[in-house]
Design a protein around this ligand. Structure first.
Ligand code: ATP
Length: 297
């Protein structure tokens, strides 16, 4: 399968992402079978150590292989320059998560191009491509193992000091240090139960260790308590520093300072601009979403 050649960290992340994507472990293998054969095709680019992090979608159209009759994305165009924060908002089912799956190349697009640093992602070695990306999913699933192992998935060669630094930067150190067994504490089914916010901070520490150029953040839909929310948000700010971030946003409050907001509606980008620009669009979707969210909170 596609996953055999990937690094340990890569597998863990992909697995977590797939689990998230399908919502049930039993379906993991089904999804693996859906991964198109061509994805294993020989890369045309020689090994790339470090990707800079420019991303562009050019006229991207996509249908899931299992539902070819439905076009999930239509003529999607956007660019994210190195270091920018690009937020994607839109109603449920609009295709936001699909954009992140395509960037990670879980599927190949139907037409158009996805470029990373100006090169087609299909020409990269998958390990090189995914080795330069991290995803912090909505619902982080940790592996049965210790907290240390879960953080070190991001970089199996990390030193003790690097692990501690990453945990501190991710606002995870204090709660980990509060457990009797600290970094050796077992998590997962047979270990301690961590809150959603704590699991996210472990995933952030893992991503910090991996040090990717491109970051995909899938914001949690279920609200965390406000203290945890603040700690996660702070940690994410640190993580986004100096990387290209694609943020799938469910709450508009966290993306006000994004460099660009894309409003996706039924597989198409219907509005694009900064918060200020979009808020001024008469009858705009963003403006309406924004009025709704802020009047409710
Ligand atoms: P949400 O905000 O609810 O997470 P979204 O904007 O992220 O939604 P996607 O998850 O990208 O939307 O889904 C876009 C469309 O693609 C939906 O119609 C969905 O049913 C369909 N879809 C998603 N995953 C698959 C899949 N693996 N196979 C077939 N169709 C899928």
């Amino acid at each position: 399968t596609t996953f055999i050649g990937a690094s340990f960290g890569g597998i863990a992340e992909m697995y977590a992402q797939i689990q998230k994507a399908v919502g049930a472990t039993e379906r993991v293998f089904e999804l693996l079978e859906e991964t198109p054969e061509e994805i294993n095709a020989k890369p045309r680019l020689s090994a790339v150590e470090k990707i800079k992090g420019n991303v562009s979608f050019n006229n991207v159209a996509f249908s899931y292989p299992s539902r070819k009759e439905v076009q999930v994305l239509k003529d999607v165009n956007f660019t994210a320059e190195f270091g920018q924060k690009i937020a994607i908002v839109g109603p449920s089912g609009a295709g936001k998560s699909t954009i992140s799956s395509l960037l990670l190349r879980f599927y190949d697009i139907t037409s158009g191009q996805i470029l990373v640093d100006g090169k087609n992602i299909q020409d990269y070695d998958l390990e090189d491509l995914r080795g330069n990306m991290s995803i912090v999913p909505q619902d982080v699933i940790l592996f049965g193992g210790t907290i240390r192992e879960n953080i070190a998935y991001g970089n199996p060669n990390a030193t003790e000091e690097e692990i501690i630094t990453a945990a501190k930067q991710a606002n995870a150190y204090n709660f980990v240090d509060g457990f009797p067994e600290k970094f050796e504490t077992l998590v997962g089914e047979r270990g301690v139960k961590l809150s959603g916010g704590q699991r996210q901070r472990i995933a952030i520490a893992r991503a910090l260790l991996k040090n990717p150029s491109i970051l995909i953040l899938d914001e949690a839909t279920s609200s965390l308590d406000s203290e945890s929310e603040k700690l996660v948000q702070e940690a994410l700010e640190v993580l986004m520093e100096g990387r290209t971030s694609i943020i799938i946003a469910h709450r508009l409050s966290t993306i006000r300072n994004a460099d660009k907001i894309l409003v996706l509606d039924n597989g198409k980008i219907s509005e694009e601009g900064t918060h200020q620009e979009l808020i001024n669009l008469e009858n705009g979707i963003y403006k309406n979403l924004s009025n709704l969210q802020f009047s409710n909170s």
